[in-house]
Design a protein around this ligand. Structure first.
Ligand SMILES: O=P(O)(O)O[C@H]1O[C@H](CO)[C@@H](O)[C@H]1O
Ligand SMILES: [Mn+2]
Ligand SMILES: [Mn+2]
Length: 397
C-alpha cells in the first residue's frame, strides 16, 4: 500500500531566490523574518515538530541564516531540502502547477499598476453583458482595504468593486445582500470568458457583508481559474485509479482537473480536521493535497506578522496527530507555493525558495540537494505511488 500527502502552507517561503531582484524581492524571507520578529518581541518561535523534520536546516540552506529560535543542527527525522521555482511568476497557480509537474513557462497577462488598471474595452464589454451600472476602484489594491474604501459607494450605487494585484487576477468584490451572491458569481463567469484574450490566470469573486464603512469578506469566495495546460500529478493519480482528495483551495487551483473529491473548510484548523479524517479513509494509490490558505490570505497579504507566527504555532502543534495516523508506505511532503513575507513592503507575494520536506514511516532522514524545480516534489510522489512519471522534475527519493 502506498499513499501520498501534500501539506502546502500557502506562501511559506524560506528566503529569496537567486532571481528575486527581478521581482523586487531581494530581501524577502517569509520564515526567517517572522522568526526574527518573534525573537525581537521576546517570544521566540518554537515549532518543535517542524524543526525536528528539518525546517530550521532548510531555512538555513535557503537563506544562509539560522532562524532565531531554531537550535537543532542534526538528528533530523525528515528528508529535508528546498526547491527553486522554474515558472516565471510568483503566483499560486504557477507554484501549484509546477509542484504537480507543469511549470508555467509562458507569461501570464497582468493588469498595470495604473488607475484605471483594466482596459476600457474589457470593462465596457463586461458592463454591457451584465447590466451593472459601472465600476468602482479599478486599480491594484489589497482586498480587505478596498471593500472598506468603496463599500459605502458600492451599496449606494450598485457598482461592483473591481481590483487586481501583482498576480494574474481580476477580482470582483460585491455585497452579498445588496448586490447578491449569485449575481456576483454570474458577473465573474462573464468576466472569466472576457479575460481569456488577456491571458489572465483567475477571476475571483470576493463577496462581503457589513454596513457603514465596516465591511468583512465572507467565506463564499469563488475562483474561476484557467485549467492546467498539461496533465498534472493529479491527473496521473486519477488515471491510475487512485483517489485525489483536494482540500481547501486545491480543486479551484487546478480547475477541478484530476480531482476526485473536493473538501472545503473555513480555516486552517478546520482543514486540518478534514485532513485527519481523510488520513483514516484514503486508500492505496491515493493523493491527499491540502492547501492551508490562511497563511497567505489572512497574514501574508495583510502583512500581519504576529498572526502568521501564531498560525505556524497552531499547525505545528497539530502535526503529531497527523503523524500518528500515518501507515507503512505513506509519504508526506510539507511545502509551499511562493513566499509572502509579512515584513516586506506592499501586500504582494515574494519570489522565494519553498520547503521540500518529506517524511513518513519509511523515509530515511537526509539532506536533499537543492531542487531546480518545484516539480521534483510531484516527481517524487509519482514515483512513490507508481503512477505515470511527470514530464518535468526528477524524483528526490
Ligand atoms: O488582497 P486580496 O484580495 O486578499 O488578494 C490576494 O489574493 C489574490 C489571490 O490569491 C492575490 O492575487 C492577492 O491579490
Ligand atoms: Mn498561494
Ligand atoms: Mn496570495
Amino acid at each position: 500500500m502506498s499513499r501520498a500527502f501534500i501539506l502546502l502552507l500557502d506562501s511559506f517561503g524560506l528566503g529569496a531566490l537567486p532571481d528575486a531582484d527581478k521581482y523586487g524581492d531581494l530581501d524577502a524571507n517569509t520564515f526567517g523574518h517572522i522568526a526574527e520578529w518573534a525573537a525581537k518581541e521576546g517570544k521566540p518561535m518554537a515549532l518543535p515538530n517542524l524543526e525536528r523534520l528539518g525546517l530550521g536546516a532548510a531555512g538555513h540552506k535557503a537563506s544562509g541564516e539560522w532562524a532565531p529560535g531554531f537550535s537543532q543542527r542534526d538528528g533530523f527525522t525528515g528528508a529535508w531540502g528546498i526547491a527553486r521555482e522554474q515558472s516565471t511568476g510568483k503566483d499560486t497557480q504557477s507554484g501549484h502547477w509546477e509542484i504537480a509537474g507543469v511549470p508555467v513557462l509562458f507569461d501570464w497577462g497582468y493588469f498595470p499598476k495604473t488607475v484605471p488598471s483594466f482596459p476600457k474595452e474589457l470593462t465596457d464589454k463586461l458592463q454591457a453583458l451584465t447590466g451593472v451600472p459601472g465600476w468602482l476602484a479599478n486599480c491594484h489594491a489589497s482586498g480587505t482595504t478596498v471593500i472598506n474604501d468603496f463599500g459605502d459607494e458600492h451599496v449606494a450605487t450598485g457598482k461592483p468593486i473591481l481590483y487586481t494585484s501583482a498576480d494574474s487576477v481580476l477580482q470582483i468584490a460585491a455585497h452579498e445582500e445588496h448586490f447578491g451572491l449569485e449575481r456576483l458569481y454570474a458577473v465573474c463567469e462573464a468576466a472569466y470568458e472576457l479575460v481569456k484574450p488577456y491571458n489572465i490566470g483567475r477571476v475571483i469573486a470576493r463577496p462581503f457583508t457589513g454596513a457603514n464603512g465596516d465591511y468583512k469578506r465572507t467565506s463564499n469566495r469563488h475562483d474561476y481559474a484557467v485549467p492546467p495546460v498539461a496533465p498534472t500529478l493529479l491527473d496521473h493519480v486519477k488515471d491510475a485509479g487512485g483517489d485525489v482528495f483536494a482540500l481547501g483551495k486545491i480543486s479551484d487551483i487546478y480547475a477541478g482537473q484530476g480531482v476526485t473529491r473536493r473538501i472545503l473548510g473555513p480555516d486552517n484548523m478546520a482543514l486540518f480536521d478534514r485532513l485527519l479524517e481523510v488520513a483514516d479513509e484514503a486508500g492505496d494509490k491515493s493523493l491527499t493535497f491540502v492547501n492551508f490558505v490562511d497563511f497567505d490570505m489572512h497574514f501574508g497579504h495583510r502583512r500581519d506578522v504576529a498572526g502568521y507566527a501564531n498560525a505556524l504555532h497552531e499547525l505545528d502543534a497539530r502535526l503529531p496527530a497527523f503523524m500518528a495516523k500515518l501507515k507503512d508506505g505513506d509519504l508526506v511532503v510539507l511545502t509551499a507555493d511562493h513566499g509572502c513575507d509579512p515584513t516586506a513592503p506592499g501586500s504582494d507575494h515574494t519570489r522565494e525558495y519553498i520547503p521540500m520536506i518529506f517524511f513518513g514511516p519509511n523515509v530515511a532522514p537526509q539532506e536533499l540537494p537543492v531542487a531546480d524545480t518545484f516539480s521534483d516534489i510531484g516527481a517524487t510522489l509519482a514515483k512513490h505511488l507508481g503512477v505515470k512519471p511527470l514530464s518535468n522534475g526528477i524524483a528526490q527519493l
